[in-house]
Design a protein around this ligand. Structure first.
Ligand SMILES: NC(=O)c1ccc[n+]([C@@H]2O[C@H](COP(=O)([O-])OP(=O)(O)OC[C@H]3O[C@@H](n4cnc5c(N)ncnc54)[C@H](O)[C@@H]3O)[C@@H](O)[C@H]2O)c1
Length: 334
């Protein structure tokens, strides 16, 4: 069993990964500043520190105190439109803050590092499905920050013999009992559609109906957060080879926005009021992963990522838990 330090473990993907780690008997230490996360999303078995990941005084001692074996680095600012409006903040948080954190890891001697990267590193695809050798040409500052930290990590792998795994998620979606997606503001399609289904918003705005796709709307590859968590946990078994590994996490079976609207209506039994809007700048027509490398090298398979299961879990969470505290964990002074 491993002792894993998880940054961003109070956020959407990080908290679900913490719950899965705990369920498999691993020990979890969470570092999160709660800037976009929720304390109650951290599982009660995890030790929690409310800290900025760039805190060069308080983070280094945690590695020895908790005998950390591996780091899962989820913490980041991740709202794409905000990154375009305010790039300096994103480079400061995700890149400068990220490097300060890497230095704390280096001093600790821990050599296994798993990084939450993104399909945003590819930009407008030249070929689909996208494999890891596709060129990197981000179309927003958020994607650029992810690519920059990947590149920094490649140099750390070379210099310090770190085993680094960069997992490039496509569209994370779905929920685990008690934990689901809560971003403020929400920009992701499935929670926005569920807000419309729950009548929390009057209408769902469909951005762009004139793309070169079968029904004119954008096409995306949705991946259940439980399948993302499973990929993270598989990395714990990778031998420490001192190399940088990059993997896509997606299903390779994309859906158009109109298909997602239809699936949400089927699952919820509610009609979604839809308003058509213009395209959003920087939205590629199609994003679809080729996940063959992850399947081959880590023996990973998407088990929860059919669209009905994703939407069903998110709807269940919305109906039963959204906004309510689910647990209270071990607190340490940050
Ligand atoms: N959700 C997706 O579809 C998706 C897709 C691709 C990649 N990712 C990446 O996965 C990771 C998690 O995404 P998410 O959707 O769970 O986001 P989230 O905003 O829900 O979680 C991020 C967590 O990091 C914490 N955090 C942010 N800045 C911090 C700092 N400076 N110090 C300490 N903690 C800090 C936040 O409080 C939050 O709990 C991010 O790195 C994101 O870029 C997410």
């Amino acid at each position: 069993m491993a002792n894993v330090l998880v940054t961003g473990g109070a956020g959407y993907v990080g908290s679900i990964c913490c719950a899965e780690l705990v369920a498999r008997g691993h020990s979890v230490v969470v570092v999160d500043d709660l800037s976009t996360g929720f304390r109650e999303a951290v599982p009660p078995q995890a030790v929690f520190y409310q800290l900025d990941l760039a805190d060069r005084e308080k983070i280094p001692p945690l590695f020895r105190e908790h005998g950390i074996d591996a780091v899962f680095h989820f913490a980041a600012k991740a709202l794409v439109p905000e990154s375009v409006r305010n790039p300096g903040f994103f480079f400061d948080q995700n890149v400068a803050g990220g490097i300060a954190f890497l230095e704390a890891v280096r001093e600790s001697g821990v050599k296994k590092f798993v990084f939450s990267s993104s399909a945003a590193v590819y930009g407008e695809p030249r070929t689909v499905p996208i494999d890891e050798s596709h060129e990197n040409n981000p179309t927003n500052a958020y994607g650029e920050t992810k690519l920059m930290l990947e590149r920094v990590l490649a140099w750390y792998a070379l210099a310090y013999r770190w085993t680094v795994v960069a997992l490039r998620y496509f569209n994370a979606a779905g929920a685990r009992d008690g934990i689901g997606e809560r971003h403020q503001p929400e920009t992701h399609i499935i929670p926005l559609l569920l807000e419309a289904a729950a009548r929390e918003t009057e209408v769902f705005t469909l951005y762009g109906t004139d793309y070169d796709t079968t029904d004119g709307t954008c096409v995306r590859d949705y991946i259940h957060v439980l399948d993302i968590a499973a990929a993270h946990i598989l990395t714990l078994d990778l031998p420490e080879d001192g190399e940088m590994h990059v993997y896509n996490i997606g299903c390779g079976r994309p859906f158009s926005v109109r298909e997602v609207i239809g699936a949400v209506q089927d699952v919820t039994g509610r009609k979604i009021p839809v308003r058509q809007g213009p395209r959003r700048p920087g939205d590629p027509a199609v994003l679809c992963a080729n996940p063959a490398k992850l399947m081959r090298e880590l023996d990973w398979q998407p088990r929860f990522s059919d669209l009905a299961t994703i939407i069903g879990s998110a709807w269940q969470w919305k109906l039963t838990h959204a906004g309510r505290p689910s647990s209270v964990g071990v607190e340490r002074a940050g």
